[in-house]
Design a protein around this ligand. Structure first.
Ligand code: F6R
Length: 612
């Protein structure tokens, strides 16, 4: 959602903040702003639109802004429309204290009423502005910014990652978190603070992650961390695990295209060192603490949102088929609101690329509170979900900047495949079968590479279909999740309405939509239900729907039925979504480009959804 960055040190903070905001823009991008303390004055610049608008405004004012302390914010609106006024930072009645905030203050209406009665002038409709007035009020009592922030937060219900600065204490930034990520980047005679390591990695690799309920006072040379209840805590310094070049476009036109093309490597990284060949023995060190529980599990509950939920569905298919264990896949956002039944031998798996999704965090807490062991399948190292689980497996896909998830999806399934093999072997799957499956898993990066070779053909198809209004995606078995994911990718970035269905369900309703204007993408590999899917294709053809088939290289029958065929190598059906989703990612990408859409920052979306 919103991105946060702060700097304090000997350098001019302005370019550092603006560059940091550009790196954070993928998290949310409807407005941006900075607050600087220079000569004991608060200087604020904020603007609706992309960070580029703010940069133009700051660079265009010609004053050569300089400040050694500053905070910056990119916003994804929750309360109040995205305009200049509602953009962060917000300030108090006397323009002495400024705040930036990620999250939602749930009791802001009550707080607002009280503050207005106390004489505060509130200028915006945002929940954030209420918080800065509350801090102003507390400052009157405490006369110390660190304490004032702490006291204010004791009155607040909701989620926040905040940075606060004041002209009265121009040598410090106060940071606090509850439900929204924040980390301190520790430099030499300078410190940074941000919602995401991407904003600090240019300056330092040493970071301290704040936990929920913690508050920090950061100066150029030191930082102090406390709980919100004033108990000092010593934090561990950790190392950022990725490089700057991983968060740059590296010659590609968009992050999304770069990330699609990174998949042979990202899948290799997910598997590396974890699958011992040729025996196909799986070693997942991160699961050691819960291995007994996992082996004796009677049911697995997978919880996730969006694309990660689709990966969960692919995981269900393989876990049930190969490990013979019942699996339920839940929308994390629904899980906690239906008083779920959790039994003593249940194991929960939460899947999250960002590791920060609020709904998934809540599902994780719910499962834990009901006694389940919770395993994380997460991309971002050190993220809240990764640290909140009992054990886990990082997917090691590397930073994913494009808002539409691509390489994280295939790596999530790769890791679920490893968990499946681990369990399947323990539960009696024949050694020979494990060896064959493992060999197929290891061949996936090359198969994905081969599918990427279809790019030009897919680009041509995008040109053919770019003007349509609707798309249907159909698949069965393990490729039902592939169909869902293909449809989600298309609607997210091209704004074409698309639906994914199990192919056989089409005749129970969606078939009414089929006419010569409806393109239908069939994911139809030569598996056990191939013939059945061909029948569904016949039904579409009979109604003059346009068929795009994702089919195997050696499938010649398909040419009689489909208008267009995208060829993919054969693979075991369990791992099919990894190979078969690649052409669908490319199709969505090229459609969006052909329609002139902003691929990396589609409207209304945010990379990590840290509000409920
Ligand atoms: C779609 C997409 C979203 C995310 C969802 C969960 O391209 O990216 O649907 O998958 O918001 O996010 P994570 O995986 O970070 O929990």
């Amino acid at each position: 959602m919103c991105g946060i960055v702060g700097y304090i040190g000997p350098k001019n903070s302005v370019p550092i903040l603006l560059e940091g905001l550009q790196r954070l823009e993928y998290r949310g991008y409807d407005s941006a702003g900075i607050a600087l303390i220079a000569d004991h004055k608060l200087v604020v610049h904020k603007k609706a639109g992309k960070v580029a608008e703010l940069v133009r405004m700051v660079n265009g004012n010609g004053h050569g802004l300089t400040a050694h302390l500053g905070i910056g914010h990119t916003r994804w609106a929750t309360h109040g429309e995205p305009n200049d006024l509602n953009a962060h930072p917000h300030w108090d009645c006397h323009k002495e204290i400024a705040i930036i905030h990620n999250g939602i203050i749930e009791n802001y209406v009550t707080l607002r009423t009280k503050l207005v009665l106390d004489g505060h002038i509130i200028r915006t409709k945002t929940d954030t502005e209420i918080l800065v007035h509350l801090i102003e009020e507390m400052y009157k009592r405490a006369n110390d910014l660190f304490t004032a922030v702490r006291l204010a937060l004791l009155e607040v219900e909701g989620a926040y990652g905040i940075l606060v600065v004041s002209t009265k204490e121009p040598d410090r930034i106060i940071a606090a978190r509850k439900g929204s990520p924040l980390l301190i980047g520790i430099g030499e005679r300078e410190n940074l603070v941000a919602s995401d390591a991407a904003a600090v990695v240019d300056h330092t690799r040493q970071v301290v992650y704040l936990e929920d309920g913690e508050v920090a006072c950061i100066t150029a040379n030191s930082y102090v961390t406390k709980t919100i209840h004033d108990k000092e805590i010593i934090k561990e310094v950790e190392e950022i695990t990725f490089d700057l070049q991983q968060i740059e476009k590296g010659g590609f036109e968009h992050f999304m295209l770069k990330e699609i093309h990174e998949q042979p490597e990202s899948i290799r990284n997910s598997l590396r060192g974890r699958l011992l060949m040729p025996e196909g023995v799986v070693k997942l060190g991160g699961l050691e603490p819960v291995l007994d529980k996992l082996y004796s599990a009677e049911r697995i509950i997978i919880m996730a949102c969006g694309t990660s939920w689709h990966a969960g569905l692919a995981g269900k298919f393989m876990l049930e088929q190969l490990a013979r264990i019942p699996v339920e896949v839940d929308y994390a956002s629904e899980f906690r609101y239906r008083n779920p039944v959790i039994k003593p031998n249940d194991v929960a798996i939460v899947i999250s690329q960002s590791g920060e999704t609020a709904d998934t965090q809540a599902a994780l807490r719910e499962a834990k509170s009901k006694g389940a062991v919770v395993i994380g399948v997460v991309n971002v190292v050190g993220s809240t979900i990764a640290r909140g689980t009992d054990a886990g497996v990082y997917i090691h896909a590397g930073p994913e900047i494009g808002v539409a998830s691509t390489k994280a999806f295939t790596s999530q399934i790769a890791v679920l495949s490893l968990i499946t093999l681990l369990l399947a072997r323990h539960r009696g799957l024949a050694e020979e079968q494990c060896r064959l499956l493992a060999a197929d898993l290891m061949s996936l990066p090359d198969k994905v590479e081969k599918v990427l070779g279809e790019s030009d053909h897919i680009k041509y198809l995008a040109g053919e279909f770019k003007h349509v209004q609707n798309f249907l995606y159909l698949g069965r078995g393990s490729n039902f999740p592939t169909a869902l994911e293909g449809a989600l990718k298309l609607k997210e970035i091209s704004y074409i309405h698309a639906e994914g269905y199990p192919a056989a369900e089409m005749k129970h309703g969606p078939i009414a939509l089929i006419d010569e204007n409806m393109p239908v993408v069939f994911i139809v590999p030569k598996d056990a239900i191939y013939e059945k899917v061909l029948s569904n294709m016949q039904e579409v053809r009979a109604r003059r729907g346009k068929i795009i088939a994702v089919a195997n290289e050696d499938d010649h029958e398909i040419d009689q039925l489909a208008d267009h065929v995208i060829r993919v190598p054969r693979t075991y059906s369990y791992f099919g979504p990894i190979v078969n989703s690649i052409p669908l990612q490319l199709l969505a990408y090229y459609m969006a480009v052909a329609r002139g859409c902003n691929v990396d920052q589609p409207r209304n979306l945010a990379k990590s959804v840290t509000v409920e």
